[in-house]
Design a protein around this ligand. Structure first.
Ligand code: 7TS
Length: 405
């Protein structure tokens, strides 16, 4: 059993009032809050440890380099990558996907090739592929989903072919909470010679990931959804792909030798990390991964599922409630609508009662079109949330529905 109260104590931001009510933070899929050890790491770094990395012989530079590179090994362990040089630090999931779409595109995509994504992708896992298709004359194909928010696997089988070069899919949908059958998708994609990129923005904060067992070619995460700082995340890429992909950006760090006539590139991972990296946030991200590992990812997943089931059960009593996303396998995300009300109005009245949820299309506009809705209200959980908070949320939601009907 997790001691949620002692976990909550590590998050000062949770202990405040909003509009005169205790804050209930249920917007964790957008970004999670930070434990003190992450905040302290940032302060320590800037008050005692700052220096540039990979270039100085002096003490501070070497210490910063050691701490920075230690996080690469933590990230390697976090997703169980085979090599630490298969971890490329990026600003987050969005930059990781753009890196792959750009570099993989240059190396491997030709006119007539196909890229497969699903209906439930975040814009970050749609737009980079559209740009790749425009650049190289490839075609974007979309795997449909059913009413419950599950991928229709028969349709996936039909769309997959010898022309498919890349299947890019989220592990967990940020809007529906669906956990996708990525094991099966990866196995089938590999049979036709396609690579698979998994958008792990919503899975890495909530479930154990093993990229070797999955046999994923690329896996992308965002630190700020994993109790870490904003502006840092990473791309896992199989060495065999990364070695054959050209650099994403040019500059310092990513070179071996430079003359005006010719430049040769550095080895992995530095080939993909041009310029001074985000040192402070990377080191603090290491603290966030330690925080998760020390609690235990399985325990986090288990508690969030308990919160999810408790909330769904209580929400059934709310008049006119309609859940959007009822897949058999789900993570701690609940999207819903209430008959006769607009999501924005529900969100605003909840906010007035101290409850932070997200409303709108959640950067999944094509998914909203699929369900023919303008948006949803979304409550999403983290390890520090409690059943008491869900009770406050339900009471506030019932009040909102009464006010609006
Ligand atoms: N992919 C998924 C599945 C996401 O949920 C998000 C962010 C991203 C990619 C982009 O991550 P970033 O860290 O690079 O911005 N999702 C959300 C959300 O649901 N609400 O706000 C951001």
């Amino acid at each position: 059993m997790l001691d949620i109260e002692s976990i909550r104590k590590q998050f000062p931001i949770l202990h405040q009032e909003v509009h005169g009510r205790p804050l209930v933070y249920f917007d964790n899929a957008a970004s999670s809050q930070k434990p003190m050890r992450v905040v302290e790491s940032l302060e320590r770094y800037y008050t005692k440890e700052h220096s540039n990395v990979h270039r100085g012989v002096h003490f501070l530079s070497q210490q910063a380099t050691d701490k920075f590179e230690e996080v690469r090994r933590k990230a390697q362990a976090f997703v169980n990558a085979k090599h630490d040089h298969e971890i490329i630090f990026t600003r987050g999931t969005t930059e990781a996907i753009n890196l792959v779409a750009t570099s993989f595109g240059k190396a491997f995509i030709e006119e007539g090739d196909e890229i497969l994504i699903s209906t439930m992708e975040h814009h970050s896992n749609i737009v980079p592929w559209q740009m790749l298709c425009q650049d190289w004359g490839a075609e974007l194909k979309v795997i449909p989903i059913d009413e419950s928010g599950e991928i229709i696997m028969d349709q996936f089988d039909l769309l997959l072919s010898g022309k498919t070069r890349m299947v890019a899919i989220n592990h967990v949908s940020n809007t529906l909470g669906t956990i996708n059958p990525i094991e099966e998708i990866i196995t089938k994609a590999h049979k036709v010679g396609a690579a698979v990129l998994i958008d792990g923005a919503q899975s890495a904060p909530h479930m154990q990931i093993d990229v070797q067992e999955l046999d994923a070619d690329f896996y992308c995460v965002s630190g700020h959804k994993m109790y870490g700082p904003t502006g840092i995340g990473f791309l896992y890429g199989k060495e065999i792909w990364l070695n054959d992909m050209p650099p994403y950006q040019g500059g310092g760090e990513m070179i071996e030798t430079v003359t005006f006539e010719e430049t040769t590139y550095n080895a992995l991972p530095f080939k993909f990390e041009a310029g001074t990296p985000n040192i402070a946030d990377t080191i603090a991200f290491g603290e966030a991964m330690d925080f998760m590992m020390e609690i235990g990812i399985e325990e986090i997943a288990h508690w969030e599922m308990e919160l999810h089931n408790y909330a769904v059960d209580k929400m059934m009593d709310v008049p006119g409630i309609k859940f959007v996303g009822t897949a058999k396998k789900k993570a701690g995300v609940i999207s819903f609508l209430v008959d006769g009300t607009h999501p924005y109005d529900i969100g605003t009245i909840l906010d007035q009662q101290g409850i932070a949820v997200r409303t709108g299309h959640h950067c999944t506009q094509p998914l909203m079109d699929r369900f023919e809705i303008p948006g949803t209200v979304r409550a999403s959980f983290a390890v520090y949330n409690t059943k008491h908070e869900i009770d406050l949320f339900i009471a506030a939601l019932k009040k909102a529905v009464t006010m609006l009907s």
